[in-house]
Ligand binder design. Structure first.
Ligand code: UT7
Length: 315
């Protein structure tokens, strides 16, 4: 059984925080932020917004796009590292908000690689024949967990949610292969304690990021028995445009075949790839038959990549 992405949706808080706004909060400069990261602004959740409200909004869009009713959803997986409560899970809340009466619900925390891991879990459930329709949501409110006095981290992150509907089909399509992995040795380099603020060794994470993105995408491509040339669009985790450009250069993938929107949203962790996927579709950069690559790295340290054959009409 194949696992096709048949719907997609995103949710972005309205409030924008620009680099000029940040210049008034910490000792930084638009020029520093743009040249080191590519980020120009990020979204900030309002007091009333939660990871499940953003996640549900994105999921609603994905269900509508897929033409799937709430009753037919078998499972909802919410990838997030910023839940408001340890339990109930974000997925439980989304299940309730969207009246997904039959759906099993689970959260999956693998930080910035959460969406890719969740997609792999969804594909597994579909491949075994256990479930036919799964909602995969990436949702984060990171700006409540950054130290707004730490200029080295507070300029990097933003809030967002993205979602896809994954459906079983006997027609070939969907993920051709995955590569997932982790190296717990680097766990201290990027951490969000339960009581505390996000802390990071930026230089070390940067070094890891370029190597991990490159190696993981190559592994996924090899697992799928295809070549990098066949990847028509690469959607990398949107953490930093320098990291993305450097990985693309090593992989010899021209930038026209690499999607970026980090300038608008910053690093939104598990939400970044599904939001980028939605925008790539909106911009007409994906069509049926294309092979789309997705690759992410992040806390753990962890990495993940997939290459999938796109099958849905996008108009
Ligand atoms: O999903 C995974 C999330 N993590 C990442 O993707 C992070 C990966 N790392 C990075 O993207 C980069 O390491 C950063 C963008 C975080 C930092 O860039 P860098 O070129 O590695 O800078 P650095 O940490 O080596 O710092 C260079 C200088 C330092 O000053 P001194 O010690 O040279 O005087 C910092 O204090 O830049 C200073 N600095 C800043 N200056 C202005 C650090 N943050 C800022 C800032 N504005 N916001």
């Amino acid at each position: 059984m194949f696992a096709h992405i048949t719907g997609w949706g995103k949710a972005l808080p309205e409030r924008r925080l620009t680099n000029a706004d940040l210049e008034k909060m910490v000792e930084t400069a638009d020029e520093w932020i743009v040249s080191r990261t590519g980020i120009r602004e990020r979204r900030i959740a309002s007091d009333g917004e939660t990871t499940d409200s953003l996640g549900a909004e994105a999921a609603q869009g994905a269900l509508a796009k897929a033409g799937v009713t709430a009753e037919s959803v078998d499972m909802v997986i919410a990838a997030s590292c910023t839940p408001e409560t340890l339990f109930p899970s974000i997925a439980n809340r989304i299940q309730e908000r969207l009246h997904l009466k039959r759906a099993a619900a689970l959260d999956l925390n693998q930080a910035c690689t959460g969406f890719i891991h969740a997609l792999a879990v969804a594909q597994g459930f579909i491949a075994t024949g256990q479930y036919r329709t799964i909602l995969v949501v990436g949702t984060e409110i990171l700006t409540r967990h950054v130290d707004w006095n730490d200029r080295a981290t507070c300029v990097l992150f933003g809030d967002a949610a993205g979602a896809v509907v994954v459906q079983a089909s006997e027609e070939p399509g969907g993920p051709l292969a995955f590569d997932l992995g982790s190296d717990g040795n680097g766990g201290d380099l990027l951490m969000l304690p339960i009581e505390g603020k996000l802390c990071m060794n930026g230089r070390e994470v940067y070094r890891f990021a370029v190597t991990a993105m490159t190696a993981s995408l190559i592994a996924a491509v090899e697992n799928a028995n295809i070549t990098l040339d066949q990847v028509s669009l690469l959607i990398p985790h949107q953490a930093n445009s320098r990291i993305i450009h450097s990985a693309a250069q090593t992989l010899k993938i021209p930038l026209e075949r690499v999607f970026t929107n980090v300038e608008k949203y910053g690093n939104t962790s598990a939400a970044s790839i599904p939001v980028a996927l939605c925008e790539a579709i909106e911009e007409g950069r994906i069509k049926p038959g294309d092979i789309v690559g997705m690759v992410a790295f992040g806390a753990g340290l962890a990495w993940g990549a997939t290459v999938l054959r796109w099958t849905s009409q996008v108009a």
